[in-house]
Design a protein around this ligand. Structure first.
Ligand code: MN
Length: 744
């Protein structure tokens, strides 16, 4: 907990004046018309209104509105109206003054914005779930009136996040959660990239302090080496750019803690693998907008003279800007030390828009049309949702959240061809969109060089290669993996065409097989096989055989003999693993008041368990967790990144407990997900590894092998997170296994 700071009145006055002077200087250096008088007036008004009030940290309160106004001016790029509104944003809420007072002093515009800010303050979220949705609705409605309300609110939130250390931990979780859930996506959608990144990083820091620290240390350790590689790479390029007579900035780009962590989590890869991706950015000065494109490509030409270009990784966001207005030229080249290095080439104007979004664009007032209309579309969508009555207020929040993300994705073929698909489109969608034949023979995909099943959902920027095999046939079940109409139509017609041929082929295969094994082909034989293979009828059986869904093996011949007792594997699968239930009765209830500053010890000593594990995220000891006191006064433990917890944080932040695991623990359930190429014997190897080499109690095993790719899900009872990490490590060593990781 931060200490409260005490200042002398003289120190305080200097603190305030310095902060205000910094705000003014920034404003005077901007392109805006200089309306210092009204800003001065707003400053004096706010000073008077907040006089004698302090923030939790002990600072004079007025420093907060000044900081918010500074962000609004210097980081978002807005003008005097917004600066005044930011200075006054907490006046109506926290002091005796009313909106009418503001209007009388500063006019209607500023009063309306301050009013909007007052309505949505107090945190967007009240203590009741429906109230928060209602407030959020207000936020968006107000925003439709004047986007500046949202931009200032964003600045307010950013400053609160920057000063979050002075809050008690439970409050920190709640605020950090809200920030990730609402503000960061909103910032992203508005194109406020720098703010979005900072909000995410700050939230991450408070939600996972240890991981945050660890990543920070790893960044620091690898820094010298990275700088060396970058300098080596940059020197010849700088020489060329100087020869071109350009004014420019050339910097290595460092990924944020949060984005490194997200990538590590989502791709299940270690720090090194994420951080080994090198990236750099060139920002050049360019007074004439019409020269921008040409200079970008000139720079491209100079760099590719020096270094080998990765032909599949050119992203021309200049000719086709991203939906949020982003423009730049991205290329990837092989650096002198043998690393692939991505270089982003942008003009100062493009860079400004990328970092500060639409607000920055207003500064240039050129080509306003496109971005403005994109924003208008977005606002329209929100309005539509608002008009559409929602039965459940919480659902409304979810709808909005989803709609904050673009409804289309853009992916790339290995040849760099750009393909736009609807959101949630799968590898199979892409395959069918490329060609019926590619779709019909699709067995899997390679997304960013990683093997994925054909059902894998694609994301913008993915590089996707479709893997096909002539032995593959279109399957009716595939329809569930398709979201595009084109894909569905093509699949259906491919199946119609294919089925007849497959049935004929299967019929022939079976007859030949039986004959080769000395089996008489009489109707009884067929009937037996149909029942052994659980096929609905003869045609279906032939189809499955023709499609290689049923293997024509010696097992089938054996099964035809009545005395057969099945193979070892059959026995193995029939006899499920021994199960042991976790003790989930007799939970010791939570007593007393919830105190955010105290740590609750999670204990299960001698059968006196004082918590329950959330069924949504299956936490296990060692995980970062938060306790939630439910209606039965039982403490339910959620993983820090559990989406359900995210909801609870927002609605019931006051019921959250800081927790710590006790050393002695019983067993817990963990789910392990394994993926790989389906080669002969691999499943057997995996099962062996799990069941023999490690003393792990398996509760469920679910293997799906389809089209050359298999996935395996495993519920195991373990006592410590290290056991499951160890298991995954060993699994990854099995030839053909591409990933093995614990999932929620
Ligand atoms: Mn505020």
């Amino acid at each position: 907990m931060t200490e409260t700071i005490k200042y002398t009145p003289e120190q305080e006055e200097k603190l305030i004046n310095d902060a205000y002077q910094n705000l003014l200087n920034g404003y005077l250096n901007s392109n805006h018309r200089k309306k210092v008088e009204i800003i001065d007036k707003a400053f004096r008004f706010a000073c008077e209104a907040h006089k004698g009030i302090r923030r939790r940290s002990g600072e004079p309160y007025i420093l907060h509105p000044i900081a918010v106004a500074t962000i609004v001016s210097q980081e978002i790029g807005l003008g005097s109206t917004s600066i005044c509104s930011a200075l006054l944003h907490d006046v109506v809420e926290d002091t005796e003054y009313t909106v009418e007072d503001i209007e009388a002093q500063f006019g209607k515009k500023i009063a309306t914005i301050v009013d909007g800010l007052t309505k949505i303050s107090g945190g967007i979220f009240g203590s009741k779930a429906s109230a928060q949705a209602e407030n959020f609705r207000k936020l968006l409605l107000t925003m439709s009136d004047d986007i500046r309300v949202v931009l200032i609110k964003m600045a307010d939130r950013l400053h609160n996040m920057r000063t979050l250390a002075s809050m008690p931990p439970a409050k920190q979780y709640k605020i950090a959660g809200e920030t990730l859930y609402i503000y960061a996506p909103l910032a992203h959608r508005l194109g406020l990239f720098a703010i979005k990144t900072e909000l995410e990083d700050l939230s991450f820091k408070y939600e996972h302090p240890d991981t945050y620290k660890k990543i920070g240390e790893q960044i620091a350790t690898s820094e010298a080496r990275r700088n060396e590689i970058f300098d080596h790479f940059a020197a010849p390029i700088r020489k060329r750019l100087d020869e071109m007579g350009l004014q420019y900035e050339f910097k290595a780009r460092v990924k944020s803690h949060y984005s490194i962590w997200k990538k590590m989590e989502s791709k299940h890869v270690p720090f090194e693998e994420v951080y080994d991706l090198y990236a750099a950015r060139i920002v050049f000065e360019c007074p004439k907008e019409q020269d921008e494109k040409r200079i970008c490509w000139n720079i491209y030409s100079e760099i590719t003279d020096l270094y080998r270009l990765h032909p599949d990784r050119i992203r021309d966001w200049i000719s086709t800007p991203k939906a949020n207005g982003y423009r730049a030229l991205h290329i990837t080249v092989m650096g002198p030390d043998g690393n692939w290095i991505e270089v982003q080439i942008r003009s100062r104007r493009m860079d400004d828009i990328a970092e500060r979004g639409f607000a920055a664009h207003w500064k240039y007032k050129i080509g306003e049309g496109e971005e403005e209309s994109e924003l208008a579309v977005w606002l329209q969508t929100i309005e539509d949702i608002l008009k559409n009555p929602e039965p459940n207020a919480i659902d409304f929040l979810d709808t909005i959240k989803l709609n904050l993300f673009a409804s289309e994705i853009t992916v790339f073929t290995p040849k760099g061809e750009m393909i736009t698909l609807p959101k949630d489109a799968s590898v199979l969608d892409l395959a069918f969109n490329l060609h019926s034949q590619i779709g019909s023979h699709c067995i899997a995909g390679k997304v960013n060089h990683r093997l994925v099943p054909l059902s894998h959902k694609l994301a913008t920027g993915d590089q996707v290669e479709v893997l096909t095999s002539q032995s593959q046939k279109p399957q009716p079940e595939w329809e569930q993996y398709l979201v595009t109409a084109k894909g569905k139509t093509r699949l259906r017609s491919a199946i119609r065409h294919d089925r007849r041929q497959v049935i004929e082929k299967g019929d022939k295969m079976l007859r030949e097989f039986l004959a080769a094994n000395g089996q008489e082909i009489v109707p009884e034989t067929l009937t037996r096989i149909i029942s052994i293979e659980k096929a609905p009828n003869k045609e279906a059986l032939f189809y499955m055989i023709g499609n290689n869904e049923i293997a024509l093996s010696q097992q089938m011949i054996k099964a035809l003999k009545p005395a057969s007792n099945g193979g070892i594997l059959a026995k193995f699968l029939r006899n499920p693993f021994a199960t042991k239930a976790t003790p989930d009765d007799g939970i010791v209830k939570f007593e007393g008041k919830i105190d955010a500053s105290k740590v609750y010890h999670l204990s299960s000593a001698q059968g006196h368990q004082n918590y329950k594990l959330a069924p949504c995220c299956h936490p296990i000891p060692g995980d970062d967790v938060v306790g939630y006191v439910d209606d039965n006064n039982e403490v339910v433990v959620h993983k820090m990144d559990c989406p359900e917890l995210g909801r609870l944080k927002i609605s019931y932040g006051s019921r959250l407990l800081q927790t710590q695991w006790d050393a002695s623990q019983a067993t817990f359930l963990a789910v392990v997900h394994i993926e790989g190429r389906d080669r002969m014997g691999i499943l057997h190897e995996i099962i062996n590894l799990i069941s023999r080499n490690l003393a792990i109690n398996i509760r469920r095993l679910d293997i799906k092998a389809d089209s050359g790719v298999f996935t395996c899900e495993l519920d195991v009872l373990i006592s410590d997170v290290s056991v499951v990490n160890n298991l995954c490590k060993k699994l990854k060593k099995v030839d053909g296994v591409t990933s093995a990781a614990r999932i929620s």
